[in-house]
Design a binder for this molecule. Structure first.
Ligand code: SAH
Length: 215
């Protein structure tokens, strides 16, 4: 899978290739699905695990902000795949927090991570996954060098902007039917630089009730 993504130019970073090879998707996709197929897959609760090429794109966009020792927040952490990749990037001196509002997915993501190469980081506490409304971020370990949002927001939540460190970067899909993957850099003076990376299709960042009703 990683070789394929390299051949097609999706992965150009050796570090990202190494991390995606290190975290085996087979532990994260529900049984009966082809883990290395480049497509999103349903994980229950009206949610999906993102396609490998989207995981690769987000890791590359955030690579500079996922250096050893840095802090990262993964909102809508779902299966925990990308959260685990972030943890391998920042290492034991870093801090990675996943926030997911479906408690059952929090529980299954923790057991997925326990089977993966990120298990020691979960055990030592540099990686944690919590049940909560990710629109509020996770103030305890803020400010973050990297914030990833795995669900599409109607607008960028202010709490996430507030929890982004000056010099930090957030990658977030914004929109409803038509969505742009936005890259938001917080400059050292606190101002924001925003650009659109690509058009995407993510599940909505919403309340648990709305999501479980099917939007
Ligand atoms: N990156 C994850 C994506 C999962 S899909 C993966 O690849 O596995 C998006 C996730 O966002 C879903 O699990 C959904 O339950 C969650 N979500 C949606 N709105 C949320 C909110 N307000 N707070 C926390 N999680 C949310």
């Amino acid at each position: 899978m990683v070789e394929h993504l390299k051949t097609y130019g999706v992965i150009s970073s050796e570090k990202v290739a190494e991390v995606m090879e290190g975290i085996d998707r087979a532990f994260f996709v529900p049984d009966g699905n082809a883990p290395y197929y480049d497509s999103p897959m349903p994980i229950g609760y009206n949610a999906t695990i993102s396609a490998p090429h989207m995981h690769a794109t987000c890791l590359q966009l955030l690579e500079e902000n996922l250096q050893p020792g840095m802090h990262a927040l993964d909102v809508g952490s779902g299966t925990g795949y990308l959260t685990a990749c972030f943890a391998l990037m920042v290492g034991p001196q870093g801090r990675v927090v996943g926030v997911e509002h479906i408690p059952e997915l929090v529980a299954s993501s923790i057991s997925n991570i326990q089977k993966s190469a990120a298990a020691p980081l979960l055990k030592e506490g540099s990686l944690s996954v919590h049940a909560g409304d990710g629109r509020l971020g996770w103030p305890e370990h803020a400010p973050y060098d990297a914030i990833h949002v795995g669900a599409a927001a109607p607008e960028i939540p202010q709490a996430l902007i507030d929890q982004l460190k000056p010099g930090g970067r957030m990658v977030i899909p914004v929109g409803s039917i038509f969505q742009d993957l936005k890259v938001i850099d917080k400059n050292l003076d606190g101002s924001l630089s925003v650009r659109n990376e690509t058009s995407v299709r993510y599940v909505p960042l919403t309340s648990r009730d709305v999501q479980l009703r099917g939007g």
